[in-house]
Design a protein around this ligand. Structure first.
Ligand SMILES: *Cc1c(COP(=O)(O)O)cnc(C)c1O
Length: 390
């Protein structure tokens, strides 16, 4: 099957076959871990397959990048050492001092820190806007200066939904590009480039890798000129992943479809349990009809994902207790792995925004629902929510 044909096949087929053909010399079905920094040249400049030095290119990375491009339906994909390295490369490729970027008013904390605290002092200004409110994004744009409209959907931890198609229109009307951080949905649930976005960024640390064993990032683009800028900066800045990291990420990517379906199945069962629990004040999940982004999410996502946030009736103290009592749900940051995680955003992932407009409620708990047996997850939460258990 040609790579060309693979690009047009179903998601799972692309996840398993795109980006790599069995090795012509050995028949190896899986891309070898090319632990090499340099490549023998057949005479000066006689590169084999274009490889000259592993910052510029490595076959294990090429295979991963090919698969990512096929899954996001992009022209090219670029792998990075972390999600933030991918984001930094986008910023430095596409903005210059004096430019302006619109960012989510509830952006992932590391993204906010990078854009505000790192890019800011280099002359890139930013304005926060609510991704779920088109007027707020429109109002944040500075005509002529805004180069990027940067969104996440769903956002973290409040799972707000941005309308990718509408936001692409708003960005393009202003002469800006739309960047979508697709980490939470993964390409299985949502392909922003097909809805008009110009760039997709990922923390492949999360669902794409999926096993909590590797940190990585990716940028996928639609347009060749943008691809050229990102490719130049990937090599010039050098924040590339090593071949073993690429191998792990690619290995995880192959099962993304089946994992995401189980994440979603389990999340739906956990949501059903939580909405009926007397100790739960509110459940935040885009799959619920009462979620304000439900209609948009239904339009642009295949399913609603594996992240659930909820508020308990007993205040912050109770939320902290629930986090501490859970056993199958591991208390920890990050998300998107096969194992279920529980965390208290106010004291953990979002502690740095305490006291600002982005502060999250103290009674809020975030779950990354894993792919364990659903009944065990529900039983664990039932036990953890029981008041006065200690
Ligand atoms: C984790 C995360 C990032 C940052 O990625 P790293 O791989 O940790 O550098 C960016 N965006 C979102 C939505 C994330 O969850």
């Amino acid at each position: 099957m040609s790579q060309e044909h693979r690009f047009k096949s179903g998601f799972e087929t692309r996840a398993i076959h795109a980006g790599y053909d069995p090795d012509p010399t050995t028949g190896a079905v899986i891309p070898p871990i090319y632990a090499t920094s340099t490549y023998k040249q057949d005479g000066v400049g006689g590169l084999r397959g274009g490889y000259e030095y592993s910052r510029s290119g490595n076959p294990t990375r090429t295979a991963l990048e090919g698969a990512l491009a096929a899954l996001e339906e992009g022209e090219r994909a670029f792998a990075f050492a972390s999600g933030l390295a991918a984001e930094d490369t986008v910023l430095r490729s596409l903005t210059r001092p004096g430019d302006h970027v619109v960012i989510p008013d509830d952006a992932y904390g590391g993204t906010f820190r990078l854009i505000d605290k790192v890019a800011g002092p280099w002359g890139i200004e930013n304005s926060p806007a609510a991704v779920s409110d088109l007027d707020s994004v429109r109002a944040a744009i500075r005509p002529g200066r805004t180069k990027l409209v940067w969104i996440e959907t769903p956002t973290n931890p409040l799972l707000n939904i941005g309308d990718i198609e509408a936001l692409a229109g708003i960005a393009h009307d202003a002469g800006a590009l739309l960047v979508v951080d697709n980490t939470f949905a993964s390409p299985y649930l949502q392909q922003p480039l097909t809805l008009g976005a110009d760039l997709v960024v990922h923390s492949t640390t999360k669902y794409v890798g999926g096993h909590s064993d590797v940190v990585g990032g990716a940028v996928v683009v639609r347009d060749l000129a943008v691809a050229e800028a990102i490719g130049f900066h990937q090599n010039a800045m050098g924040a590339v992943p090593g071949p073993f990291d690429c191998f792990l990420t690619h290995r995880g990517l192959k099962t993304l479809g089946v994992r995401m379906d189980r994440h979603c199945d389990n999340a739906e069962l956990v949501v059903e349990f939580l909405v009926n629990h007397p100790q739960v004040a509110e459940v935040i999940y885009p799959g619920l009809a009462e979620h304000p982004g439900h209609a948009v999410a239904s339009r642009q996502m295949k399913r609603y994902g594996g992240i659930i946030s909820f508020r308990v009736t007993g205040g912050e103290e109770h939320a902290l207790e629930v986090c501490a009592r859970a056993e199958v749900f591991t208390l920890g940051e990050s998300l998107g792995g096969v194992e279920s995680l529980i965390e208290h955003p106010g004291r953990m992932t979002h502690a740095s925004v305490a006291g600002t407009d982005l502060e999250v409620p103290g009674d809020l708990i975030r779950l990354s629902v894993g792919i364990e047996t659903a009944e065990d997850l529900v039983a664990d939460l039932e036990r953890a929510l029981e008041p006065g258990r200690e």
